[in-house]
Design a protein around this ligand. Structure first.
Ligand code: 5GP
Ligand code: MG
Ligand code: MG
Length: 184
């Protein structure tokens, strides 16, 4: 297999290496498996950033799971959020009376997840859990917390492991800090 060419992003500082991510995702998966206590669950990924996290997390949960995906837009320009969220893609299957685990890449202002939480709650699931790979508590506007957090991070813009800048960098295996030189 040829080695992928990540040379263009080599100068972006690594915040979490692929090994650190894998180790932490395994811990989260085992915790979720324990908490589900043998009951089945619907894993709901928030597109697109959570796709890779969901794929890895799901394989560490190892319980009876199905997948569903939603997509929401929070009208962000740069680091500002308007507080308005629009649902772009809703669930495919009903979640009434099911255990759901909502899977997000980053919990930032909390605007997106609190919107989604209320949306899911209206469909009367049996339980709702939130798993966020990264959490930036200093940025929170809405008082929402995740049940499972991979890593707390400072207020830096990160890319890789599913997370993008202008749709790029999602395929980087490590999580890196997007430095101002690259944005320019
Ligand atoms: P919130 O509604 O919590 O402010 O927005 C959360 C969403 O904004 C995240 O799920 C993610 O898609 C995006 N986001 C927030 N911070 C970052 C970041 O540092 N890097 C990237 N790539 N996306 C981010
Ligand atoms: Mg996201
Ligand atoms: Mg994005």
């Amino acid at each position: 297999m040829p080695t992928p060419d990540y040379t263009a992003t080599e100068n972006l500082p690594i915040l979490f290496s692929r090994d650190q991510i894998q180790a932490r995702v395994a811990e989260l998966g085992h915790q979720i498996r324990e908490d589900l206590n043998g009951e089945p669950a619907v894993l709901i990924g928030v597109l697109k950033g959570a796709a890779i996290f969901l794929a890895d997390l799901a394989r560490n949960i190892g319980a009876d799971c199905t997948f569903d995906f939603v997509s929401a837009s929070s009208y962000k320009s740069g680091t500002q959020t308007s507080g308005a969220v629009q649902l772009i893609k809703d669930l495919d299957e009903p979640i009434e009376n099911k255990n759901i685990v909502v899977i997000e890449d980053i919990l930032d202002t909390g605007v997106t997840l609190s919107f989604l939480y209320s949306h899911f709650e209206r469909h009367k699931p049996r339980s709702i859990r939130i798993a966020a790979l990264l959490d930036k508590p200093s940025r929170r506007i809405q008082p929402i917390r995740a049940d499972y957090v991979g890593f707390e991070i400072p207020n830096e813009f990160v890319v890789g492991y599913g997370m993008d800048y202008a749709e790029r960098y999602r395929n980087l295996p490590d999580i890196r800090i997007l430095t101002p030189e690259v944005i320019a």
